[in-house]
Design a protein around this ligand. Structure first.
Ligand code: UDP
Length: 326
């Protein structure tokens, strides 16, 4: 029986990965410090004997008894407002945390896949972004804590591969959406749907001319599984190349939800990338992967999920960072 550690297991992507690999017949150990993750995302797994949960911060030494075949490192805040609130934890989880997990992979002789990001390309000067582009990142801007930690993560992962011979995989994840995103995580899709459901105006930052390319979570998970099982150790972009401006995206959400609210324009955050679209040639060639779910289908599934949340969840979306050690 294959045994896998998934960090960030109670988060959006981590919880979907737990589901997927339990379905594949693996034993899954989920790990999370629950800063941005929520046990609700995995509560359905607690009754399964194939699932165990460790409440732990991977920035500190990670101990897992027994053998391990695979490690998926998906612990990290992933939204710009989160990095602003917890910048040090954001830096630590992808630097110290990755180091700990690479050490664990080496000692267990396990294959490790780390979650990197389109943010390694920063505000890109090449469009669409392919894996050979080195990026345009401001190290000391508000996004620097995330972007540079993820760039360090890629560097140390490659070093463990070349120096120690650890089997490593690096996925560069572009904007992804779907059920279990946190309503209050500040990102465009949950922000817009939450606003529509509460009867508030939709807040578009800047003129809304900046673009993103949104991938439905099931497609992303399939790409990650294929990369994990492949023998390819260079970074691979996984995302949906269907690019849209944020203003048009807000208009789509207005039509989808049938809200009478309008768009209001707010100040554009510092270093907000102007355009983003993955070049997925490599994923197509090496993994035989491409996204299958259209934005129309994916948005409907996601809206159905958010509609099912309780009033309390919809209105009481305070952050839980106050209790954290500094
Ligand atoms: N955005 C927006 N209104 C919001 C939240 C986000 O206009 O309420 C914009 C944000 O400035 C960015 C884009 O939507 O240009 C995507 O933001 P998100 O935080 O979802 O992810 P990013 O790709 O920037 O990490």
């Amino acid at each position: 029986m294959k045994r896998m550690l998934i960090t960030g297991a109670a988060g959006f992507l981590g919880s979907h990965l737990c589901d997927r690999f339990i379905k594949e017949g693996y034993t899954v150990i989920g790990m999370d410090n629950l800063i941005t993750g929520d046990l609700k995302n995995i509560e359905h797994l607690f009754k399964k004997k194939e699932f165990e949960f460790y409440h732990h911060d991977v920035s500190r030494f990670v101990h897992v008894p027994g053998h391990l075949d695979y490690i998926l490192h998906f612990a990290s805040p992933a939204s710009p407002i989160d990095y602003l609130k917890i910048p040090i934890q954001t830096l630590k989880v992808s630097s110290l945390g990755t180091h700990n997990l690479l050490g664990l992979a080496k000692s267990k002789n396990a294959r490790i896949l780390v979650a990197s990001t389109s943010e390694v390309y920063g505000d890109p000067l090449v469009h669409p972004q392919n894996e050979d582009y080195w990026g345009n990142v401001n190290p000391i801007g508000p996004r620097g804590v995330y972007d540079e930690a993820k760039r360090f993560q890629e560097a140390i992962t490659m070093a463990y591969h070349t120096f120690h011979g650890v089997e490593t995989r690096i996925v560069r994840i572009f904007n992804t959406y779907g059920p279990r995103m946190r309503l209050n995580d500040g990102r465009a899709l949950p922000a817009f749907i939450g606003q529509a459901l509460r009867g508030e105006d939709l807040t578009v930052f800047g003129k809304g001319s900046q673009t993103r390319s949104f991938c439905y979570v099931d497609d992303l998970i399939e790409g990650i599984a294929r990369l994990l099982w492949s023998d390819y150790n260079q970074p691979v972009n996984i995302g949906n190349p269907d690019e849209i401006s944020i203003r048009e995206f807000a208009e789509e959400i207005i039509r989808l939800t049938g809200t009478n609210q309008k768009i209001t324009y707010k100040i554009l955050p510092t270093d907000d990338p102007q355009q983003r679209q993955p070049d997925i040639t490599r994923a197509k060639e090496i993994l035989g992967w491409e996204p299958k779910v259209s934005r129309a289908e994916g948005l409907k599934l996601t809206y159905d999920y958010f509609k099912g949340l309780s009033k309390e969840e919809l209105y009481n979306s305070a952050h839980r960072f106050e209790s954290l050690p500094k």
